[in-house]
Design a protein around this ligand. Structure first.
Ligand SMILES: C[S@@+](CC[C@H](N)C(=O)[O-])C[C@H]1O[C@@H](n2cnc3c(N)ncnc32)[C@H](O)[C@@H]1O
Length: 244
């Protein structure tokens, strides 16, 4: 592949799911703290602390600080669980990286409010999910960008049918008028080939309109304004959706 074949603007091209899985399996093996799921920090403690603080603040604003029964899709080793522990009534987290789940279980061992399971977004572990009854919030943060369009639709359609009252979604998105897809992109910073789809926010909203018709967007926006100068083509966008 020539360099520009790894970095594709505009066109809808598929990323390689098995490379995504390999990437996160390796990341899970080397992660030391829960912020090991945050990429692009250049090892910067300040940036990690800033992202954690903004995530926590934003979630609390959307939920008015009320206690939550949370279901998280793509939970890593429990970054959101840790950030929100004081408002958690119950928490169930799913991730396909076994080592993230093992680390999350070890971190919350002895606290019966927290449950974790290995599972994939496109075929959710229903028995585990049903075991938590009704949820006040479904969180999915930085995961659908690793799914191709058909898989993303399938995931959202399955979320529509779950006993979840509201959703808090955030994704790294394109700040341009077109999507950017990295296919087996040789990333120096991540020291591996990287696959990801940076969609436009409007593309996510089209998914929500068509695959999540039972929800409406209550609040949305850019989350980390500070990043704009660092990564000119991408930034983080969030949506708070509630049952319509
Ligand atoms: C950028 S990290 C975000 C983790 C966490 N949500 C956070 O905000 O810290 C992406 C996470 O999604 C998980 N993941 C990616 N694709 C997945 C899939 N198809 N099924 C389940 N988990 C997936 C990865 O293992 C990883 O933990």
């Amino acid at each position: 592949m020539k360099p520009d074949e790894h970095r594709i603007y505009g066109k809808n091209v598929a990323i390689r799911g098995e490379a995504v899985k390999r990437f996160w399996t390796r990341q899970a093996a080397t992660a030391t703290g829960t912020a090991g799921t945050l990429l692009g920090n250049h090892g910067g403690e300040d940036l990690t602390a800033m992202k954690n603080a903004l995530d926590r603040k934003l979630f609390r604003e959307c939920t008015e600080g009320k206690k939550q029964r949370i279901l998280e899709f793509g939970c890593g080793n429990g970054r959101w669980a840790e950030l929100l522990a004081d408002v958690v009534e119950s928490y169930a987290g799913i991730d396909f990286a076994e080592e993230f789940i093992a680390k999350a279980r070890a971190l919350f061992q002895g606290d019966g409010r927290f449950r974790f399971a290995v599972g994939i977004l496109t075929d959710l572990p229903m028995e585990f999910i049903r075991g938590g009854g009704r949820y006040t919030m479904g969180i999915c943060s930085g995961c659908v960008m690793y799914l191709n369009d058909g898989e993303a639709r399938k995931f959202y359609e399955s979320v529509e049918a779950l006993p979840v009252e509201a959703l808090f979604f955030k994704e790294k998105v394109s700040t341009m008028e077109q999507r950017l897809t990295l296919v087996d992109f040789p990333s120096k910073e991540l020291q591996t080939d990287y696959n990801v789809v940076y969609r436009m926010p409007s593309e996510y909203e089209e998914f929500y309109r068509s695959a999540l018709p039972g929800f409406r967007i209550a609040r949305k926006g850019w989350e980390y304004p500070e990043e704009k100068g660092i990564w000119a083509e991408t930034n983080t966008y969030y949506w708070h959706l509630v049952r319509a």
